[in-house]
Ligand binder design. Structure first.
Ligand SMILES: CC(C)(COP(=O)(O)OP(=O)(O)OC[C@H]1O[C@@H](n2cnc3c(N)ncnc32)[C@H](O)[C@@H]1OP(=O)(O)O)[C@@H](O)C(=O)NCCC(=O)NCCS
Length: 197
């Protein structure tokens, strides 16, 4: 276990607290139909966007049942956000999320930022198991989870009613020992490190 020191640097990527300056980019992110397509949120507007943004400002590591978010930036450029929650303290289960602007997709940036988030869940929050839950139609999200070596553990049929329709949910997971194994398909980047700042 280690303390969390923000920002987290991964080469040219930086995971840091959201700041007021991120509001325009964050607003754009959650205003795009293609981005929110498979999220619980619908396209947000006006005051909803403000409330949504403020909910995501950093308040420290999440307690059980809570969620925390970090902005992902490259230089001064806002790319998206990652999220992590402590779903169950007794069973040391964390959950992750990731939402990126469409124009930065396809270069492995979301994968790298999410990998650093999974590191955080294991090394800072002491998780035994990290999960990702997604709409079964969200193939890019599933591909990201698989790229990170997550195992597809469940496919629930029409278990959620989201945006006016019954949807299937897929659950991916990885265990601490699997993540840290030398057999892991995507070992941790030697460049990933926490830095003061
Ligand atoms: C889910 C989401 C983050 C995935 O984005 P993405 O662009 O597929 O992911 P990455 O940025 O990691 O890019 C992966 C691509 O880069 C490629 N790539 C290039 N270099 C790479 C590298 N060093 N490491 C990993 N992948 C790399 C991969 O092969 C992949 O290529 P492909 O698009 O041809 O399959 C994005 O679609 C998104 O934000 N969607 C909207 C919100 C959402 O649904 N979030 C998930 C909720 S569960």
């Amino acid at each position: 276990m280690r303390d969390l020191v923000l920002p987290i640097d991964d080469g040219d990527l930086r995971l840091r607290q959201l700041t007021e300056d991120d509001f325009p980019d964050h607003t754009r992110l959650f205003s795009l139909p293609s981005v929110v397509r498979y999220l619980y949120e619908d396209v947000l507007a006006g005051e909803e966007l403000r409330a949504h943004f403020e909910k995501r400002l950093w308040r420290g590591l999440p307690a059980e049942g809570e969620w925390a978010n970090l902005a992902v930036v490259q230089g001064d450029r806002f790319l998206g956000e990652v999220g992590f929650g402590l779903s169950d303290a007794t069973h040391r289960t964390c959950e992750i999320g990731y939402v990126f602007l469409p124009e930065v997709g396809g270069f492995g940036l979301a994968t790298r930022a999410t990998r650093a988030t999974v590191d955080l869940c294991f090394d800072v929050l002491g998780a035994h198991r990290v999960t990702a839950r997604l709409d079964a139609r969200n193939h890019r999200s599933a591909a990201l989870a698989q790229r990170l070596g997550f195992r597809r553990e469940a496919h629930y049929v029409e278990n959620e009613f989201v945006k006016g329709e019954w949807t299937d949910e897929v659950v991916y997971a990885v265990l601490d020992r699997e993540w840290h194994s030398s057999q892991h398909p995507l070992p941790r980047s030697s460049k990933t490190r926490a830095s003061a700042g």
